[in-house]
Design a protein around this ligand. Structure first.
Ligand code: 7PM
Length: 302
């Protein structure tokens, strides 16, 4: 294991090469320039897309497919399907209900579209089922902490995104505290990576995510974002999810539906800092930001 000089606890992934592609169930996902992950929230109470893909009667598959098609036309490299709202105070979804809600969507997307379908879940049953139905990645805001999740994820052979969260969705925003937010996030992610490795998930299948808004104050979120380069230096691909989040609302004073410009500013900074995957609601504009930043970074610097 190599160590990163600037960050003593930032051990680097032994086998990961910057610019490499991620193997998502046989599909090569290029991470340079950053990949765009389009968000498909299959929850009745999603905070920014108002349950339009799912209502009291269940998932509206036609709407989901239409939205997915639009995102892909706008240049999404992958789609992230989630059926559990992690909003503080959200209705808790049962494991079976989550499975019934999300699995058919994964199947429909994977069979119709030539793209990577990521499943946003902490549920081991859904991980296994989604992989069987053609999912290409597992995205877990609990970083595979639920009983059975490590083994289930390892069994799929899929890449996993390990997100940092302090606490649980129900209590995470009650006075979050860190001595040093970056050090804490890095240390906890390295601990999860070690658990993954021990369970048989190789380092080249791991993506890390600082978890903006998950058990963090505005100041923690801003500090973490400022220190993205330190996360990128671990050589694990870094996912950034800030689209429409409250840190943008807190700075700009805008409602969720008016946070696009703020989010694009952060997308530009994340792309410049070397983030590997941007998880966004607004695919087209985010794609343009990445293309533009990439053009600037590629041009020769005399
Ligand atoms: C309510 C609160 C609804 C928060 C939705 C959310 C991330 C994620 C989410 C992230 C990764 C949202 C979040 N956020 N997965 N899932 N990283 N890897 O804003 O930042 O979409 S849910």
């Amino acid at each position: 294991m190599t160590t990163c000089k600037q960050h003593p606890i930032g051990r680097i992934a032994p086998d990961f090469h910057c610019g490499a592609a991620l193997d998502c169930a046989g599909r090569a996902l290029s991470l340079r320039p950053a990949a765009v992950m389009g968000i498909l929230n299959i929850t009745p109470d999603s905070f920014s897309d108002g349950g339009e893909l799912c209502d009291g009667h269940g998932v509206r598959l036609d709407q989901v497919l239409q939205r997915a098609e639009l995102m892909l036309a706008e240049g999404a490299d992958m789609l992230d399907v989630g059926g559990e709202s992690t909003r503080p105070g959200a209705v808790v979804v049962g494991r079976q209900q989550e499975l019934d809600r999300v699995a058919p969507v994964v199947e429909a997307l994977a069979s119709r579209f030539d793209t990577v379908v990521s499943v946003d879940t902490s549920n081991p049953l859904l991980m296994t089922e989604a992989a069987r139905l053609g999912a290409g990645m597992i995205n877990d805001v609990r970083a595979l902490r639920r009983p059975g999740a490590l083994a289930a994820a390892a069994g799929t052979g899929l890449p996993v995104c390990l997100m940092h969260m302090q606490g649980e969705p129900g209590n995470m925003q009650r006075e979050p505290y860190y001595d040093d937010v970056l050090a804490d996030v890095l240390q906890s992610l390295h601990q999860r990576i070690a658990e993954c490795n021990a369970a048989g998930i190789a380092s080249d299948k791991i993506v890390i995510d600082p978890g903006f808004g998950f058990g963090k104050t505005l100041d923690h979120n801003l500090q973490l974002f400022r220190q993205l380069p330190a996360l990128v230096e671990t050589r694990y691909p870094v996912m950034v999810g800030v689209s429409r989040k409250s840190m943008i609302g807190a700075v700009t004073g805008r409602d969720t539906r008016d946070r696009l410009a703020g989010g694009l500013a952060l997308a530009a900074l994340a792309a410049r800092d070397g983030a590997a995957i941007l998880r966004v609601h607004d695919v087209g504009p985010s794609r343009d930001v990445i293309s533009m930043v990439d053009a600037i970074m590629r041009v020769e610097n005399p």
